[in-house]
Design a protein around this ligand. Sequence first.
Ligand SMILES: C[S@@+](CC[C@H](N)C(=O)[O-])C[C@H]1O[C@@H](n2cnc3c(N)ncnc32)[C@H](O)[C@@H]1O
Ligand code: SF4
Length: 470
Amino acid sequence: MTAPSTARPVGRRATADLLARYDRPGPRYTSYPTAVEFHDGFTAADYDARLAAANALGDAPLSLYVHLPFCEERCLFCGCHVIVTKHKEMAAPYLDLLARETQLLAARLPDRRRVAQLHLGGGTPTYYSPAQLTALLTPLLREFRPIAGAELALEADPRVTTIAHLDALADLGFNRISLGVQDLTPAVQEAVNRVQTLEQTAALIEHARRRGFRGINVDLIYGLPLQTPESFERTVDAIIGLGVDRAAVYSFAFVPWVRGNQKKLEEDQLPDAETKVALFAIARERFLEAGYEPIGMDHFARPDDELARAKREGRLRRNFQGYTVIPGADVIGLGISAIGDVRGAYVQNEKKLSTYEEAVTAGVLPVARGVARSADDELRRTVIHELMCNMRLDTGAIERQYGIPFAPYFADDLAELAEYERTGMVRVSPAAIEVTPLGELFIRNLAMCFDRYQREKHAAQASPVFSRTV
Ligand SMILES: C[S@@+](CC[C@H](N)C(=O)[O-])C[C@H]1O[C@@H](n2cnc3c(N)ncnc32)[C@H](O)[C@@H]1O
Ligand code: SF4
């Protein structure tokens, strides 16, 4: 194995000029088409039909995503769909609704119950007590049975996650954990209303490891108020010091028009685009120097971690939870706002608790919207995900897989990409499209070249829909 490059992805070329031109609103492509294309013409009846088709696949394992939206306090940066309350009793009835939704789904999937991946996301899954989680998950795992080697994962906020939570979840078979840290600098933590210590995270990691959790991940965010390259370097070094298997270094998605809590941030404390580039560059440099490998656009993993292995073997995939090694399984979403991906359609549940409750109590799948992917969507989804996962696209492989001539089919897209080729972000040859280290920073822009909806619908839109790409 060759030593990973420690070169900064951008160096002097990350000029204000490049940023002025390319730092603009764009999707993160955890799906294609992106969620803004979902529509309410996709109904519970449509989902029923997809589930019937999924059931016919019998033994093929599923992925499950369960959304547990409650949090005790709101972090000002948060972009997730959460319900904030300190009144824990208010969150208990939601568990009964999830149990009913599980039954609705199990009834529609009588022959397809094996699970390769279960992900508890939020919100904060460990808002619930260990006993409540056990009561929720025991029947769920009886209906949907994990296969050997299945990934059972949770997102955990170290401020509220206890050793008893880890024990209860390990007893249920959980073996993956992702801890939210974001930044360790006190001033930054105060500015975003999220104060936590390194010791909290360290203690959880140590115990999780003892209980057999692998692929232990920490989330960081760059672009938060008051962050400087020096302060962020200290955060990154402390996380490396914990020996995590993986780290996500997310670009702060600043979308105050959809997340009102972000309006409370002091905008003049947010780093400008050039500082944001420097923040990511320092994180990347430190992780690579420590022997981590870059994964996709915002992850780092130790070479022996399965994400790194999957990347080397071209098996890396992207879904709503980010990067994954689980090959193309159907994803079933449970809970408010959860998104599934079943037999060629994305489907999203009701976002409002009251509407979700109404549907589930009436015995109806709580579908709010979705989209059935066309053949063109499928093809573009593969192209975009290949680029986002592997920073490279084998155009011949696409031609063979989809039976199209690449260059004529993507003539408009390649014309758009030519501009990025001139700036040195991408190399295009008849056999492949290769993203350069500079292009990695602008990968969302490169992916946007292949997004038909972006070109035909959103490019000229006056009001922003997505966060900025850098
Ligand atoms: C849904 S949260 C769940 C984890 C748990 N509630 C916690 O905060 O530790 C998952 C991750 O999303 C990321 N995140 C949340 N809001 C974000 C935003 N506006 N931009 C970028 N990343 C964000 C954070 O890194 C967070 O750890
Ligand atoms: S970042 Fe996590 S803890 Fe904070 S509000 Fe969002 S989901 Fe809740």
